[in-house]
Design a protein around this ligand. Structure first.
Ligand SMILES: Cc1cc2nc3c(=O)[nH]c(=O)nc-3n(C[C@H](O)[C@H](O)[C@H](O)COP(=O)(O)O)c2cc1C
Length: 169
């Protein structure tokens, strides 16, 4: 079998091209064995399978949260609403307790579900794949929900390094 050709682009060009793929924004949350709540902003979320219900997301190997996500059985993928840009930034940058002052409730698995999330997926982690500088997590969805006014509020969208809301064509 032929091997992959050497890339003819650098990391900046790769990031720029990837950035043209518009995504929603999620905060993936879990609870460490110590009881400490952990959350990180992730746009790498996607659907995998309807039956069984599977989703995926990926986390940088350099993430400070990796030791907890690598060993925990459960997490919640919280899909952010357009009105939750502050949470997106908080869970991407804040050092210290990212949950301080952030309204949330424990889901059935005990993991935190963020108030106001557009949709949420409570997952049992099914598999992890180390690929390059990230780890891909595949989660089996045990519970999911959608905010009642999801259509009016709309999602937070990330594209080309900027945040957007959507408007129908
Ligand atoms: C819009 C957006 C999307 C992001 N998506 C991801 C992602 O999918 N995977 C990832 O590892 N980091 C992603 N990040 C970066 C992490 O949120 C950030 O590195 C975070 O601080 C990691 O926290 P930790 O090092 O405390 O675990 C994203 C950041 C932003 C602003």
């Amino acid at each position: 079998m032929k091997r992959a050709a050497q890339p003819n682009f650098d990391a900046v060009a790769f990031r720029r091209a990837l950035g043209e793929f518009a995504t929603g924004v999620t905060v993936v949350t879990t609870c460490a064995p110590s009881g400490r709540l952990i959350g990180i902003t992730a746009s790498s979320f996607n659907s995998v399978s309807l039956s069984p219900p599977l989703v995926l997301w990926s986390l940088s190997s350099r993430s400070a949260s990796m030791p907890v996500f690598r060993t925990n059985s459960h997490y919640v993928v919280n899909v952010l609403a357009a009105s939750q840009l502050d949470l997106c930034k908080r869970f991407a940058t804040l050092k210290g307790d990212r949950f301080e002052g952030v309204a949330h409730a424990a889901g059935d698995s005990g993991m935190p579900v963020l108030d106001g999330a557009l949709a949420w997926f409570e997952c049992h982690n099914r598999s992890r794949y180390e690929e390059g500088d990230h780890v891909i997590f595949v989660g089996e969805v045990e519970r999911c929900g959608v905010r009642d006014d999801a259509r009016q509020v709309g999602p937070l969208v990330f594209q080309s390094g900027e945040f957007h809301t959507v408007k129908p064509l």
